[in-house]
Design a binder for this molecule. Structure first.
Ligand SMILES: [Fe+2]
Length: 417
């Protein structure tokens, strides 16, 4: 806001001169037209620059608020700082509330070193960032060399020479989230206007960081719930011995080799963890039977996808997850269950879990049969490409099997038969 005042002050100054000119007439006026013209041109340039910065600020705000990925938010905040303030680097420290320390989180621009990640600063006056965090007030330091509180180790570790900096607190409803720093102005030194600009940006960063943190917590809670549900089914069906974890691992590998995005892979993982949750509703006699199932027992067992869907299907936001649960026994040739869907009628997540699930089932030893060798199971899946299994999924499975030592490595990681 002060930026606006500065430019309006400049305009008022010019207006005074013009009024003087009108009052005194051209003769008595102390300034010539040329100098006035020059001043006006300078002001217009300044106004253009401010408008550009405001536009950038608005653009960054909308980009920042368009993602809930915490690390992406932080990276964007740093990039915005460098671009908006025309400076060499930017750093972001977040607050560790338990220890009341700032820890290094993100860095971009010239200031980029892995070693910086080890830095932790106390929230006190022993460093510039600590002071800013403690006082919750920004600082502009144009001669860093003369500032005793400058944390020199950061420069040494990074072989970076901080000449000047602006450090602002990131506050959300007066709660401290961290500290944002702009380092080394490209030309000259930082101005008060730069300081105000970074303060404005820090408000946007605070909102985005807080939203991302809340979302992160929510996801963590959700994952814990998912794991608790999966553990419940594993406890009931002890012969599966790590089946859920392995199916999740295999599904993730296949999804990655299909080129799915990070978020999509995560959905596949959760869906795979929960794919057999419906077995909670299957009679223990059938579930724990130590010999091959009778036809009517199979019919009962085949109800588990629908049972799972009945447990979580009403939660709209879990659509992909419940799709995997409900359709992982469907087959592209229409011979699967429960609905006998064909080809791409079967959601992609379910087509992926189907391959991962079958691969693990075939290679796992049951009380009534020994597991197949990985290569044998692999050949069997490839043989059924396009009939029992989706072609694209099998192609990704082939790549995953060959490149990730699929089976051996993951069985060891997830434990099991
Ligand atoms: Fe199943």
């Amino acid at each position: 806001m002060l930026r606006k005042t500065t430019i309006s002050e400049d305009f008022h100054h010019l207006q005074d001169h013009l009024q003087e000119a009108v009052k005194k007439g051209a003769k008595g006026f102390s300034r010539d037209a040329k100098s006035l013209e020059k001043e006006l041109a300078g002001l217009i340039k300044k106004a253009e620059r401010y408008t550009g910065q405001l536009e950038q600020l608005m653009e960054f705000s909308s980009i920042l608020n368009s993602t809930l990925d915490a690390s992406r938010v932080r990276e964007l905040a740093m990039k915005a700082t460098c671009k908006l303030l025309d400076c060499e680097g930017a750093t972001l420290y977040l607050l560790d509330t338990e220890k009341n320390e700032l820890y290094f989180e993100t860095i971009v621009g010239a200031v980029a070193s892995e070693q910086l990640k080890e830095i932790r600063l106390k929230v006190d006056e022993s460093s510039i960032a600590g002071t800013v965090a403690m006082k919750r007030a920004s600082m502009l330091v144009n001669e860093v060399g003369k500032e005793k509180r400058h944390y020199k180790q950061a420069d040494q570790k990074n072989r970076f020479h901080t000449k000047n900096m602006i450090c602002v607190p990131i506050l959300s409803r007066s709660r401290l989230l961290g500290v944002l720093q702009a380092l080394n102005k490209d030309q000259g030194s930082f101005t008060k206007a730069d300081q105000r600009l970074l303060e404005t940006l820090s408000h946007q960063v605070a909102i985005a960081v807080e939203n991302a943190l809340l979302y992160q917590n929510l996801r963590a809670q959700f994952h814990e719930t998912v794991m608790a549900l999966a553990t419940a089914i594993e406890a009931k069906d002890r012969y599966t011995g790590g089946h859920t974890k392995r199916v999740a691992l295999f599904s993730v590998l296949i999804a990655k080799h299909m080129g799915l995005s990070k978020d999509e892979v995560e959905e596949v993982r959760l869906s795979a963890i929960l794919h057999d949750i419906g077995k909670i509703g299957i009679d223990d006699k059938v579930l724990k039977k130590q010999s091959a199932l009778e036809p009517q027992e199979w019919e009962h067992m085949k109800e588990h996808p629908e049972l799972g869907y009945r447990i979580l299907g009403h939660v709209q936001s879990l659509k992909t997850i419940t799709d995997g649960m409900r359709y992982h026994h469907e087959r592209p040739d229409g011979l699967g269950y429960p609905l006998g869907l064909k080809g791409e009628e079967i959601p992609r997540v379910a087509r992926i879990i189907s391959v991962a699930d079958t691969f693990d089932a075939m290679t796992s030893t049951r009380p009534y049969r020994k597991g197949l060798a990985y290569e044998v199971a692999f050949t069997e899946i490839v043989k059924n490409r396009g009939t029992q299994f989706d072609e694209k999924v099998v192609d990704a499975f082939i790549r995953a099997f060959k490149m990730e030592r699929m089976g051996k490595k993951q069985k060891k990681d997830a434990g099991g038969t």
